[in-house]
Design a protein around this ligand. Structure first.
Ligand SMILES: CC(C)(COP(=O)(O)OP(=O)(O)OC[C@H]1O[C@@H](n2cnc3c(N)ncnc32)[C@H](O)[C@@H]1OP(=O)(O)O)[C@@H](O)C(=O)NCCC(=O)NCCS
Length: 177
């Protein structure tokens, strides 16, 4: 993967949530490792399981690298940040990434538990899908725990065409946007 890609600052924006709080949206940066580690450490075990589909105490170096190094075309991650105690914190991430092995683009979103239910997950999904469209992506897959009705309902409410199939106890969800 090449990191000669320049940071696409045009995707930076403020987002006002329905409770009036304002968060800053920006593309992820290769230097965001510590902020991503903090985010994952602050997730409840349930949210971690729903995102990674396994219990996860910490991110491996390899996974952290993948999450923070994107080419901003076939792989993209948009983070929501706030200032907490004078420090920048990542409170949510939506990402997509093309896998040549599976020949598909996986979509995923995570919101820190204390920021859930304010419309952030839905808005981030909508934004990352808009960014994907600019890069010619209209089909995604998501690997989702069967109990995760919230994400399936959110994708449907966003107007996407969602097709779920159960494989080895996990939903493989095809999403046409
Ligand atoms: C799924 C997730 C990203 C949703 O984030 P969020 O910011 O709480 O979602 P939103 O506030 O935008 O809500 C999205 C929709 O889900 C519904 N919803 C949210 N939480 C809900 C809950 N606990 N029960 C029922 N519905 C819920 C809301 O009604 C909302 O729809 P609306 O805007 O039309 O009212 C978040 O719960 C999360 O990070 N979960 C753990 C990781 C995960 O499951 N990722 C998805 C698989 S990759």
């Amino acid at each position: 993967m090449s990191f000669t890609e320049s940071y696409p600052a045009q995707y930076e924006s403020n987002l006002t949530l329905r409770d009036g709080s304002v968060v800053f949206l920006r593309p992820i940066k290769a230097t965001d490792g510590d902020l991503v580690i903090d985010l994952v450490e602050m997730l409840s075990s349930n949210s971690k399981y729903l995102r990674f589909l396994r219990s996860l105490d910490s991110l491996s170096e390899n996974l952290l690298y993948q999450l923070t190094h994107v080419n901003y075309r076939s792989e993209f991650a948009l983070v929501a940040t706030i200032n907490e105690g004078g420090n920048e914190k990542i409170i949510a991430v939506a990402r997509y990434a093309y896998s040549s092995e599976d020949n598909n683009t996986e979509l995923a979103v995570t919101v820190r538990d204390d920021w859930q239910h304010r419309g952030l997950g839905k808005s981030l999904l909508e934004r990352i899908v808009e960014i994907g469209k600019e890069h010619g992506i209209s089909q995604y897959v998501a690997i989702i725990a069967p109990q995760n009705k919230i994400i399936i309902n959110t994708l449907i409410k966003l107007g996407y065409n969602v097709n779920c199939s159960l494989k080895s106890g996990i939903f493989h969800v095809e999403i046409a946007v």
